[in-house]
Design a protein around this ligand. Sequence first.
Ligand code: DOR
Ligand code: ZN
Length: 441
Amino acid sequence: MFLYGDKNVVHIIKNCKIVRGEILDVDIGIEGGTIKEIGKNLDGEHLFDAKGMLVLPGGIDVHVHFREPGFTHKEDWLSGSRSAVAGGITSVVDQPNTDPPATTLSALKEKIKIAEKKSLVDFGISAGVTNENIPLIEGLAKEAVSFGEIFLGKGRDAISYENLENAIKAIKKTSLLPTVHAEDEECVEKNKIAYKIRSPHPHSLARPEECEKKAVLKVIEIAKRENYRGHICHVSTRAAMERIMGNEKITCEVAPHHLIFSLKDDEWLRSRAKVNPPIRDLRDKNFLWEMLNRGEINILASDHAPHKIWEKEGDIKDVKPGFPGVETMIPLMLNFVMEKRLNLERILDLVCHNPSKIWGFKKKGFLEEGFDADLTFFDLKEKRKIRAEDLHSRCNWTPYEGFYGIFPKITMIRGNVVFEDDEFYVEGGYGRNLKDRVKAG
Ligand code: DOR
Ligand code: ZN
């Protein structure tokens, strides 16, 4: 399995274009899975010639739902991680809403065992935090890389604000990051009535921006009081974003679908457009773009939430919320680079550098000496129409059907080519747990 992982031999990849403010032409030397040297005319064993391809550090997607255990008809660790690799993602953080949920030590360990056996990509498991498991936080921290996404509410799988504050006190002692799905449950309950109103946008009306804003304000308040950091998942509105900005303790992520879709897409996506938080209006979308380009948004994460197409068709109130996205995130963004809507440096911050820094993953997320040789190789001139049948998720559909993306030709993890020209070169089990890589926050 270890093709190029030998110690004491430096393998050279010739003619790489890398991003350093400008684009530089360099060779990259790899030893034992680590980037050993970056420079001109390096000496060592020839590995391959990148022929001027753009080489980026592998993407870190901090928000995926790989659905195993429990929902393997939608996805499992093998299909999810193959989808990741084929989209230039080399590390993922998996979310706890599986069955059983990753809210107890035994469930968490069971999930880690599965991922160790089946994942192609390096992975961290995020532990769930609920009204019932606060006493378990200290123990969960021994296995998890973060806490969340935390859902707000009174139920078993969620947490009240009061309990959230207690949970944050416990999480603070572990120095791990708490991540919150910021939608206020009471507000969502109150607005459910909107499903009964005739509207082209029932789901967006049923979860209005005030629900997100309210939850964000509460999280900020708690973070300030407890003097501890917090992370807001998939921010979708201007109202929430404006509250987050300028708070030193709060980081946030945005998902591609909130940058790509707006209410007018309900027309053709119909019930498939359901996602939480919902698709918003054009003003919100444009504001997120502005903040993305200004560097106010820390992370781009897919919120890869695969559901079968039959789980997405029907009455919008009953269908499952969520889109697959781990494989299309970087390709769509690189296409935006070609359309001059985003620059390359910004993408690297959003999907490589900042996820690594915020989660504290040592030696991940940078194309620099001493870091893992997690590398992705692209030909920016080769855009491709996205088709569900070409993607690798088990859910077999994508909301981006017919959109353009620039996909990696080669994905390398820790010095080994794991994917090239649509072939996989490692088996499930290659991926490693990132737990022992997490630096204390
Ligand atoms: O739309 C969503 N789907 N939002 C979430 O927060 C969860 C996710 C899922 O797991 O399906
Ligand atoms: Zn979420």
